[in-house]
Design a protein. Structure first.
Length: 582
């Protein structure tokens, strides 16, 4: 390392230290309830340097440190742009600069909007992201960052890499839950469960790193640092739980949480650099000619693909609609974001488990051969572990942060989807009916989150989603009939002499959807605008379904599928808008 690079590394360390001090200053603001000690922004009582007394000392001091850190990160980004040859390191510096700018804006909004919980939580979490980015810059500019020779595969190496990512996710979740507790007073039980999970998974991870204490000592030492920080953090957390009024303990808990998250990120990064059939050196290409950073991003993309993002997004839309229609005028909206977060975890985990169970049939179908498991980008063990972590974590989160009923509904939906619908696809054409049940539960989850009960309105939404899914699924089965037959799935269009039955059912379900979609207006969930809009949409969908039943072609089935994808969000959007306007 040249002298100039040594100066860059030391400056990055200085910036990371200053960012950590900024997090401590922010924790002091919340621990002393000084968030509104200064009512304006960016000035304090119209001055650059107000009297530093009482809460002003903490709030304005936090702003001054934030300004200094912002300038340090700006200088670091410019320095990297001028002197750093590695493009991905420069991109990391630019990301840190962009994040600190957004962080400053969120800090201003928390004051100007009188400490809204959502903005305050986002402000706290983004501060941790900025710290991790700057710590990462300090690490990858250090003398210890160097290329390593290729290593033979270490037993359990892939599980080690996976565990390191899981621990990082758990640490990030704990940071988020801590921010929720600080700004809303909720999710204490979930935070305690998360702490227990973090301790167990960190211990397991460190036990795995013991195999590398000689071949790659940096991974072993990083694991030891992490388990030490986690143990200290748990000890301080217990003190905070029993001495809630202690400003020093609460601030220390936040500061240690930042160190735990940063160390978890570094350990995951180091594990993915140095573990596997070949080492993962900085800026070195692997056997396929891809740089290390692209391999990491490829693995992350594979995990995201396991969750089926488009399907998950559609489920979240229906969940949010159920929440909006179920919420009463005098009820708070605080449960919406936790509900969507927990639902996303459960749905994503169920989708991952579904792909794990169907990995062999997926390899036989053209449209699914590129999925993470058939393509070999992930192992079955990684997919299964990832799915279980998301499902269990999401259910626990919903039960503790929202209410027990939402957790039970989410458990029912995931269980039916993974353990009933998925195996039935290879045994009976009735699988479509079975699969429509878990797909119709998400709006009930939203309704239960809003009311902690299942009123008739929730069941009306369930019926709407249930009936809508049937022609939607049958259209997909018609389009990919040959693929399903190749994989051995017993979908209705695949069975012998079932073409006419499929056509009749598409027409009947399209007809049934029309009156079912009008039930919310009859029950008072929506008014006249929705009624006539739903009537028009239902007639259009019925025409499309009837045309598909008559034509019985892949093209008409594809048109029905696209029409169903447009129909549902339009109908729910119309229902939500009608509720809003009334």
């Amino acid at each position: 390392m040249s002298e100039r690079q040594g100066f860059l590394h030391r400056y990055a360390v200085l910036t990371a230290t200053a960012t950590w001090v900024l997090l401590i200053a922010g924790a002091l603001v919340t621990s002393t309830d000084s968030g509104l000690a200064v009512p304006d922004w960016p000035l304090s009582y119209g001055m650059w340097f107000p009297p530093m007394i009482g809460g002003i000392l903490y709030e304005h001091g936090h702003r001054m440190i934030a300004a200094a850190v912002g300038l340090l990160i700006l200088a670091l980004a410019v320095w990297l742009w001028k002197a750093e040859p590695r493009r991905w390191v420069r991109a990391l510096g630019y990301s840190a600069l962009a994040a600190v700018v957004v962080q400053a804006l969120l800090g201003g909004l928390t004051v100007l909007w009188l400490l809204p919980s959502a903005v305050s939580i986002a402000h706290a979490c983004l501060g941790q992201v900025v710290f991790c980015l700057v710590v990462g810059l300090a690490w990858c500019t250090s003398p210890g960052w160097r290329e390593r020779p290729a290593t033979s595969e270490v037993r359990g190496s892939y599980s080690l890499r996976f565990l390191s990512v899981v621990v990082t996710i758990l640490a990030a979740g704990q940071v988020f839950l801590g921010a929720v507790i600080r700004h809303t007073g909720q999710a204490v039980f979930a935070h305690l469960l998360g702490a227990a999970a973090l301790v167990l998974m960190t211990g397991w991870l460190v036990w795995k790193t013991a195999a590398l204490r000689r071949s790659i000592p940096s991974v072993w030492s990083a694991g030891l640092r992490l388990i030490g920080l986690v143990g200290l953090q748990v000890l301080v957390g217990m003190w905070v739980f029993t001495h809630r009024g202690s400003v020093g303990l609460r601030t220390t808990h936040v500061a240690l949480g930042a160190l735990v998250l940063a160390q978890a990120v570094l350990l995951a990064w180091e594990a993915n650099r140095g573990v596997g059939r070949r080492s993962w050196p900085a800026c070195a290409a692997d056997a396929a000619g891809r740089p290390a950073s692209s391999r990491l991003s490829g693995m992350l993309r594979a995990y995201v693909e396991l969750t089926k993002p488009r399907l998950t997004w559609l489920v979240l839309v229906t969940t949010a609609a159920g929440f909006w229609l179920g919420i009463r005028a005098d009820e708070p909206w605080r449960a919406l974001v936790p509900t969507l977060l927990g639902t996303a975890l459960v749905v994503g985990g169920a989708n991952a488990l579904n792909q794990w169970m169907e990995r062999i049939p997926d390899a036989l179908m053209h449209r699914t051969q590129g999925r993470p498991l058939p393509s070999g980008r992930l192992t079955p063990g990684q997919a299964q572990g990832f799915g279980w972590i998301l499902v269990v974590g999401g259910v626990v989160w919903l039960a503790s942060a929202v209410n027990v009923l939402t957790g039970l509904l989410a458990t029912l939906s995931a269980g039916l989807y993974v353990w009933v619908y998925t195996p039935l696809k290879r045994t009976t054409a009735l699988c479509t009916l079975a699969g429509a049940v878990p797909g119709a539960i998400p709006p009930m989850i939203g309704w239960a989150a809003a009311r902690n009960a299942l009123d008739p309105g929730a069941w009306a939404l369930f019926a709407l989603l249930f009936v809508w899914q049937l022609p939607h699924f049958l259209a997909i089965a018609l389009v990919y009939r040959e693929d399903y037959a190749r994989a051995g799935f017993r979908m209705l269009p695949v069975t012998e002499r079932a073409e006419g039955a499929t056509a009749r059912q598409i027409a009947l379900y399209g007809l049934a959807l029309l009156p079912v979609s009008l039930v919310p207006a009859r029950m008072g969930l929506a008014g006249a605008w929705y009624f006539f809009g739903a009537l028009a949409l239902g007639i259009g969908f019925l025409v499309l379904a009837s045309w598909t039943a008559w034509a019985r072609s892949a093209q008409s089935a594809r048109q029905l599928f696209l029409g169903s994808v447009l129909y549902l969000p339009l109908l729910l959007g119309l229902m939500v808008c009608d509720r809003t306007w009334r």
